[in-house]
Structures are given as C-alpha cells and as structure tokens.
Design a protein around this ligand. Structure first.
Ligand code: MN
Length: 739
C-alpha cells in the first residue's frame, strides 16, 4: 500500500485553501516523524504512515491547516514521550487543544460492551464534540484508517474494534451527515463482525453491478437527454448503495437479496433549487412515480441539514428507480456533512471558535434525531443519562476537561470539585462566557469558568444550594474552623478586658505560663480551647479571674455578665438560652446547691464503680446506687438499669466535683457507607480532640455498611457531644451512637 506523502497532503490543502499556512503542516509533520521514529504499525510499516493517512483523510474532508497539523500529531501524546506542556511550547494552542481532545477520547474505555457503558461512552464523545467538532472529525479519520488496516490485528481485537466502530463511531458519522465515512465504517465493521454474510453479499453485489452496468449507463443517459430537451443542464450518476445499508434493509424488512429493489440510486445534480423542482416534474412526466415516495427535503431539511428531493419511479421493465435531485451545495452537505460547512467558506479561514459557530450548533442539533422528539443535543444527553446515570451532569472546564457533578450542581460545586481553595474563594462564574449567579443550576455541556477572589469566603447561605457532599463538607469544615477562630478571639478579648479591670494583663499571664496552668486546671487540653469555651460563653470567665484575683476583690458575677454582653454585641444571633444551659453543664456546681449527699471527685476513686451500662460523664446528672454488697455504682440519673434496680437498693443523690480526676471509658458506634480510609479519618478526628482511643474496630454489615466501634476515654459530656458533632459531619457517615 503506497503511503501518502506530505507533499501531496500540502498540495491538496492548497487546492481548496490557497492561503493555508503550510509551514505549520510541515512543522507538525517533522515533529510527528521525529516523535514516532522507530515505532512500527502492526502491519510492519513505520508508524508515521498512520498520522500521514489520517491527515490525508482530513484533506478529503477539506479541513484547514490546524486540523491537518493536529491529524499529523494526533498520536504523539499517547505514543511518544512528549508531554502536553512541551507540545504547547511548540504549537499554537488551537492545535494542541485538538490533539489533547483526540487523546482524551482515545482514553475513554470502551472494552465494556454493556449497553449502559456504551451509552455513557457515546455521551462522553458527544460532549467532547460539543466543545469542538473538529476533534471528532480527526477521531473519525483516525478510526477510518485503523479500520482500513484492521486485518493486521489479532482476531479478538478485530472483533472488538469492529463492534465499537459499528456501535459508536459509525452512528456519529451518520449524525454528522458524513455519508462517505459512515458507509466505509459500516462496511469495514460489517466485514469483521459478520464475515460470511459480508462476503456473500459482496459477491452478489459484484454480479449485479456487472449485470446492471449497461442498464445503469443507459438510464443515466436517458435522463440527461430528457432533461436537456427541457432546457435543464443536469448530471446524472447511478450509485450502488453500500453493503451494510442493503443488509440492514434485508434484516429489517425480512427480504432476500433479490427482493431488495433499490440497490441503485440515481443522483441528478442541477445548478439551482428551481431546477431541482423542474427536473422532478420532467422525470415524473416520463416515468410513473410510486405513490408515497416523493419527499421534499429542500422545503423541509433534515435536522442534520440534509436537503434533496427524493422520488421513486417505475422503470420500463417495471423495476423501481430511486432518484435524488440536488444542487452541488446540497450534495456536499449530503456527503461531507458538518465538514461541508468549511468547504464553502469563502474567506478560507477556519472559524476562530467553531463551537460558537451557529451552523456548527445546528449540526450538533442533528444529534437529536437519535431521540426524535427532543429539541437539542443536551436533552438527548439528559435522556440517555436519565436511564444510565440519573443524577449526574457533565460540564467542561475552560480547558475542555469534563467534570461530572450531581444534577442540579452549581458553580460552587464545580469550584470545590477542582480544589478546595478554589471553592473557598469562589466569587462568581461564567457559563459559556456569561456571568451567572453562584446558585445557578449547571447543565450538561456547559463550559464553566470559575472566578475567584482572595477576599471571598464561604458563606452559610451556600449550604442551601450546593449539591455535592464534597462541597457541603468543605463549607462546613471552613465555617466551623472559622467559628472556632472567632470564638477564640472573642474569648481572648473578654478575658483581657475583665483582667484589665483588676490590673492584670493577659499577655503577661500567658508569658508566665499561668494561663496554660489555668487551662489544665479546668481540664482544657490547651489554652486555646479555654479561650474558645469563654468565647462560646460556655465557661464562666470569673472562674479564671478567681485564679488570679483574691476573692475579696472579685465582685460577684461581674465577669459573667460582661462576657454575656460582649458575646451578644459581637454575635447578636447567639441564643442566650442555649448558652446558659450549656454553661450549666460545664459548671454543675453552680446549680447543685441543694446539698448533695455524695460528691464525685475522681473516676479513679476506689470507693465507686462507674456503671458500664450508661458510662456517665462529667456534666451529666448522676445518681449512686448502693447495692446489697455495699458497692457504690455511679449511673446516669436517667439510666434504665438504675431505675430498674432502684427499689431494692439504696439510691443516693450525687454531684460532680468542679474538677474531676481521670476519665471514663465509653464506646461509640459509627455506622457509615463502606468507604476506604474512613477509619483513619475518624481516628484522626478523635486524636485531634486529644481523645485516647483504646480500641478501634471496623466490620462490614450485611447491608454493605461499615460499623466502626471505638472504645475511648473521655471526661466530659460536652467533649463527647463535640466529638459526635464532628463525626456526623464526615462524608459517608450515617449515624453516630454512644453505646
Ligand atoms: Mn491514531
């Protein structure tokens, strides 16, 4: 097989586009030759022959220099050592984008023949096409040449590639109206999928072709003469239909080969639209038309822009003759489909952005024919997706990468899917170049550009419209971190002001280490935690003051009041009721003034055991059960087992000392989706809170859920509540329960 030469490609390019930048094509050729040097095709010829043939096919589509150059380079990212950035430094962005697009389509896995997977691949390819249809034209050329050289591949590969071509690439060529590629792809695939049928039909067809040669020529001549007599200059050609279209018809209508009457179609090409109708009138005057077979696709073009008049007439022997009447422009559209659009561009320049081109969009709309009642290609995608992936949309980054998001996703979801920093600073977005609000619902096929600003921060309102768990978690995380910082700062201000009233400087106390000691005394894991608790109004500031100010100087309640007021001024939304209640939990001594009988000072006190049925923690109301053997068991006041046994045993009221030593052991059960890495994530949350984990277990339940069991040591119920809150926020967690 003679390989096409680069000079021939350039000559062809110049023949339809005289101002073409041939230097670009030359350069692409040199680079392709260099990068593929040494590799061979399966057939044993140098690899370079493949990109050359692909570029040659692209010249048959009469594409311009960028597409030709991209065709020459289409395999270098996949099959050579060059990287995308290196390619970008050598070639214009437009070309690199095309090469990158073709490479990405090639990476869409198609091994899986399940229908939903195929539909999904088809969808991805159509999405890529919506970006720039030239990517698909190059991919089709690539596939066509690969099909032409398929015989060199091992048998199993042959069948797989042929099926993929029949199921994915041929329909796309058909939708795009590129008839000559459709016909070749179908017949080549047919040959490998059903070889016996193919070769039988091929030989029958060859016989007919020979037998009808004479008839065909005579009919062509007859029509031309009759039309000339009527003053119409026409060119008539007879064309045999491609094998697969005949086979399809036989299958569909259950016909034998001999029963297929329209093996030949005659094409009548005339100079203008009025002449198409005139010619139709002349033909109907010399041959009887078959009723119901006259179609006017000029007045009513097909969605893929196809225009022609169709009729079927009865020949002299009663045989049916199918006739199509059209102008050369219509013919170009019929054969070249979307590519014809560039053939007739008078400027000779390839459109700057084909995706924005109106006519391209109209061609893309033709995809709808696959799903007839629908009005645009994205509805088509939606319809496939609603069967296959009901909850997913696919949008583009400005670089053409596909991002999948939950349906109803907004620019915020998109931003977080790229990077949490981008999400955290998402200031706005452009969809297909137009600014949209942050809660805008994205649609499949949108090109989304995220605008960021360093002054923007996540906002609680975002939680109302984001759809992806990732975005939700990141926003929650950011908000809670921010709130912690704010509380810490507020606590610092409150404490500083109060201390100043007694002539103490917070800075000095911190430097001396006294604040760290005070924090430790009240069982805070760090000074910052103490400040946060003050800021949240969950720890009375006067307790800290009492550490540094003699009691006689300390005016009662002052600090608390000041803190509450400050808190309200700083954060008017804070509910004071909740704060008071929380404070009571942290400071039970303040409430239990009624003279409790027993005071618990330590979890390690040998005089008590802490009941494992309810594992009480500091801050929870407790009672003590004195059993018959005189042992003292501490229970939560609401423990069912305590209530059960209370009648036979003595019950004591109890209270926690303001400082309790040691910790109790409790068990937490976390149910989640079965997800890798979750145990580590949960463990790190626990460790972050300085919780001592005694044991961590995970097992999978029958319902494919993961059940994590943590045995941990804790002191206070607020510490536990905090843990549960943070675990509940973790992605995939379904429930958290204290055992
Ligand atoms: Mn290739």
């Amino acid at each position: 097989m003679a390989v096409i030469r680069i000079n021939e490609i350039i000559d062809r390019l110049l023949s339809y586009h005289p101002q073409a930048d041939t230097g670009l094509v030359q350069k692409a050729y040199v680079w392709s030759a260099k990068l593929h040097a040494g590799s061979l095709r399966e057939s044993g010829v140098p690899y370079l022959s493949h990109p050359l043939e692909v570029a040659g096919i692209l010249t048959e589509m009469e594409l311009h220099e960028s597409s030709i150059a991209a065709g020459l380079l289409h395999d270098v990212l996949e099959d050579s050592s060059i990287t995308l950035p290196e390619l970008e430094s050598e070639f214009p962005k437009e070309i690199v984008r095309l090469v990158d697009g073709v490479t990405k389509i090639g990476r869409i896995p198609t091994e899986d023949s399940r229908i939903e997977v195929q539909a999904e691949n088809f969808r991805k390819i159509i999405l890529a096409m919506a970006r720039d249809v030239r990517v698909i034209l190059i991919k089709l050329a690539d596939r066509l040449h690969n099909m032409q050289t398929l015989s060199y591949l091992p048998d199993d590969k042959k069948t797989r590639i042929a099926k993929e071509t029949m199921e994915i690439y041929a329909p796309i060529a058909g939708r795009l109206g590129i008839h000559w590629i459709l016909a070749q792809l179908e017949d080549l695939s047919f040959q490998y999928i059903k070889p016996e049928m193919f070769f039988r039909l091929a030989s029958q067809m060859a016989r007919i072709r020979e037998a009808r040669q004479d008839y065909t020529e005579k009919t062509q001549q007859f029509f031309e003469e009759k039309l000339a007599e009527a003053g119409i200059k026409a060119q008539v050609t007879g064309r045999f239909k491609h094998l697969y279209s005949i086979y399809r018809k036989m299958e569909k209508q259950n016909l034998t080969f001999d029963e297929v009457y329209d093996l030949i179609a005659f094409r009548v090409t005339v100079g203008s639209i009025p002449e198409c109708y005139d010619a139709l009138r002349v033909i109907h005057s010399i041959r009887s038309p078959v009723p119901g077979r006259i179609k006017d696709y000029i007045a009513l073009p097909k969605a893929n822009m196809y225009r022609s008049l169709h009729t079927t007439v009865l020949g002299p022997g009663g045989e049916r003759e199918e006739i199509q009447l059209r102008t050369p422009e219509m013919h170009a559209v019929a054969e070249y489909g979307i590519a014809a659009h560039w053939r007739y561009k008078e400027s000779g320049g390839i459109p700057e952005s084909p995706e924005a081109d109106e006519k391209t969009q109209m061609f893309l709309n033709s995809l709808v024919e696959l799903h007839e009642e629908l009005k645009d290609p994205y509805h088509f995608l939606e319809s496939i997706k609603s069967e296959v992936m009901p909850d997913v949309i696919a949008v583009f980054t400005p670089d053409g990468d596909i991002v999948e998001l939950p349906s109803g996703a907004t620019p915020i979801d998109m931003a977080y899917s790229i990077h949490s920093d981008i999400g955290n600073h998402c200031a706005g977005a452009k969809v297909d170049g137009k600014i949209v609000p942050l809660n805008h619902n994205l649609k499949s096929g949108d090109t989304v550009e995220i605008l960021t600003s360093n002054t923007v921060e996540p906002n609680r309102a975002w939680l109302e419209f984001v759809k992806s768990p990732r975005a939700r978690n990141k926003i929650n995380h950011w908000l809670s971190t921010k709130e912690t910082q704010r509380n810490r700062e507020l606590g610092r201000q409150v404490l500083e002001n109060e201390l100043l009233r007694y002539g103490k400087a917070l800075g000095t106390l911190i430097q001396e280490g006294s604040m760290d000691q005070a924090a430790a005394r009240f069982n805070f894991s760090s000074r910052d935690r103490l400040l946060e608790a003050i800021g949240r109004n969950r720890f009375p500031v006067r307790k800290i003051l009492a550490q540094f100010v003699p009691p006689e100087e300390l005016r009662s309640e002052t600090g608390k009041t000041a803190a509450s007021e400050k808190k309200k001024a700083f954060n008017p939304a804070a509910e004071s009721g909740e704060s008071e209640q929380q404070e009571d939990l942290e400071d039970p001594a303040a409430k239990e003034e009624a003279g409790p009988l027993v005071t618990i000072t330590s979890f390690n006190d040998p005089g008590f055991s802490f009941a494992s049925c309810c594992s009480p923690l500091v801050g929870e109301p407790v009672k003590i059960l004195e059993k018959e053997d005189a042992s003292m068991e501490v229970h939560r006041a609401d423990c069912p087992r305590l209530l059960e046994q209370a009648s036979e045993n003595d019950l004591y009221k109890a209270r926690w000392e303001s400082q309790v030593e040691g910790e109790n052991r409790i068990t937490l059960e976390v149910v989640s989706e079965d997800r890798k890495g979750l145990l580590a994530e949960l463990s790190s949350i626990l460790s972050d809170d300085n919780v001592n984990i005694e044991r961590a277990l995970v097992r999978t339940t029958e319902e494919k859920k993961a059940m994590h069991t943590f045995r941990i040591n804790l002191k206070t119920v607020s510490q536990l509540q905090r843990l549960i809150n943070s675990i509940e926020k973790v992605d995939s967690v379904i429930s958290v329960r204290r055992q």
